[in-house]
Each structure stands twice: as structure tokens, then as C-alpha cells.
Design a protein around this ligand. Structure first.
Ligand SMILES: NS(=O)(=O)c1ccc(NC(=O)NCCCCO)cc1
Ligand SMILES: [Zn+2]
Length: 258
């Protein structure tokens, strides 16, 4: 379908093995007026243990903060979920300039960046790697970033970025509470989708927060100083690491709010 051609031509995914005939690919443009309020959606419950934070690393697509997921210490439940899910990692997508960068859009509005908190289902899978291949094996919470006030909680992470400038660089990051990156507003949209980078598997229940968090210009510019490339290679700035929009096809986006 059209997304395979579009992705195939896109620099970040030109070599991707597309999920052939995908019917629930991500990201999508969330049309607010087409979303359906679902009164059965519960409030999302988030319990993150800051001491489960392990390290920050540059994986060549984004920078990623990894968590100890060997027990039910940092978990989410409620919302559209039937059971609890363990936090495995969080990462971001952003643009070269503030005019674009997020993966999802709301009524075609694009944000300068988007945070993804990636969780897996320990009830139906024995590992994250297995959950990636399971239907509804994963839950990713998406939070939009908009240009505004300095974000003190994010700054601790931004200060570590120079140490992971190159692909495969890693730095210890022993205590961090991702709750500080969550907007206080409980409202969200939810829909069934996929990973937005290879293997693009259709295993994700997406929960997209309605309200963005604010970060300042310097913090966004620090993201843009990261590199896709390893030490010693010709430098390529890590920017525009977002996937193009994918067709909604036969899906409904539900909202937790009227
Ligand atoms: N952008 S996204 O949809 O949130 C996303 C999250 C995880 C992944 N893939 C991932 O974590 N793969 C890890 C491969 C197994 C090694 O642990 C790809 C995209
Ligand atoms: Zn992501």
C-alpha cells in the first residue's frame, strides 16, 4: 500500500522490511472530531520506581533511557488495559526545526517532539523481545512536547546527552522518575497500532496524552546535537527521526474525555 512506498523512500526506513499488508500501522493523525468518547475507559494508573532507571544510550535512531524490567516495579494499569504492563524504556522523536518532529499529529497539528514510554505485558509474555511480537504485547504512552517554559525534570536527562553524542554511546543514569515528564491532565486518546521503527510489528496499544509538556528552545537544541553516526564516522546530526503518517484504515480512536 501507499505507506510501504512512502516509508521505503524515507531516509530512515528505506531499508526497512515492511510488515506486509499492515492494517494497523503507526503513527496516525488523530482527528479530534472523529474520536469516540468511551465512558468505560478508566483513569490511567502509573507507578514508576525511580530506582529502576539503569542508563541512557544512543541507539542510532534516538536516545533511550532503559529500566530494570525484571519485576513489577515500574508499571502502568487501568485506562484501556486489561492488566498491568512493565516500563522497559523511553525515548523521543524530534525535528531539525520546531515546525515539525512529532510522530502523531492532532487535527494535522504537529509538535516539535514526542516522548514514547514503552511498556510490555508480563502476563502474556516472558520478555520484552517476545512481547514485541504479541498482539497487544506492548503499550506505548505518547506525550507531545511543545516549545515553552524550561522543563527542570527533563534537564537532568539533557545534561547527560553530550556523553551519548555518538551511536552506541552509553552513560549510567541511576535515578530518574519518568512521572516528571507526564502532563498533569489525565485526558488521553487510545488506538491499536504498531511500532514506528522496524520491526514495525502491530503489537502496540497506543495511549496518546491530550496535553503537551513544555520544554525550552535550548533543550530542543540539545536533542539536535546528538548524532546518528558512530565515533570516527562522518557526522550526521540526529534530527527528523520520525516516521511519516500511516493510513487510519479500519480503526477508531477512542478518547477518555468528552
Ligand atoms: N517508536 S516506538 O513505536 O515507541 C518503538 C518502540 C520500541 C521499538 N523497538 C525496540 O525496542 N526494539 C528492541 C529490540 C529488542 C532488543 O531489546 C521500536 C519502536
Ligand atoms: Zn518512538
Amino acid at each position: 500500500s501507499s505507506y510501504r512506498l512512502r516509508d521505503a523512500l524515507h531516509p530512515l526506513w528505506q531499508s526497512e522490511l515492511t510488515v506486509s499488508g499492515g492494517t494497523r500501522q503507526s503513527p496516525i493523525n488523530i482527528q479530534w472530531r472523529d474520536s469516540v468518547y468511551d465512558p468505560h475507559l478508566k483513569p490511567l494508573k502509573i507507578h514508576y520506581d525511580p530506582t529502576t532507571c539503569l542508563y541512557v544510550w544512543n541507539n542510532g535512531y534516538s536516545f533511550q533511557v532503559e529500566f530494570d524490567d525484571s519485576a513489577d516495579k515500574s508499571v502502568i494499569m487501568g485506562g484501556p488495559l486489561e492488566n498491568h504492563y512493565r516500563l522497559k524504556q523511553f525515548h523521543f522523536h524530534w525535528g531539525a526545526i520546531n515546525e515539525w518532529g512529532s510522530e502523531h499529529m492532532v487535527d494535522s497539528k504537529v509538535y516539535p517532539a514526542e516522548l514514547h514510554l514503552v511498556h510490555w505485558n508480563p502476563v502474556t509474555s516472558t520478555s520484552f523481545e517476545e512481547a514485541i511480537m504479541e498482539n497487544n504485547g506492548l503499550v506505548v504512552i505518547g506525550v507531545f512536547l511543545k516549545l515553552g517554559a524550561h522543563h527542570a525534570g527533563l534537564q537532568k536527562l539533557v545534561d547527560a546527552l553530550p556523553a551519548v553524542r555518538h551511536k552506541d554511546a552509553i552513560v549510567e543514569f541511576d535515578v530518574f522518575d519518568p512521572c516528571c515528564l507526564m502532563p498533569s491532565c489525565p485526558d488521553y486518546w487510545t488506538y491499536d497500532g504498531s511500532l514506528t521503527t522496524p520491526p514495525l510489528t502491530e503489537s502496540v496499544t497506543w495511549i496518546i496524552k491530550k496535553t503537551p509538556i513544555e520544554v525550552d528552545q535550548n533543550q530542543l537544541e540539545e536533542f539536535r546535537m546528538l548524532l546518528f553516526t558512530s565515533a570516527g564516522e562522518e557526522e550526521k546530526r540526529m534530527v527528523d527521526n520520525f516516521r511519516p503518517l500511516q493510513p487510519l484504515m479500519n480503526r477508531t480512536v477512542r478518547s477518555s474525555f468528552r
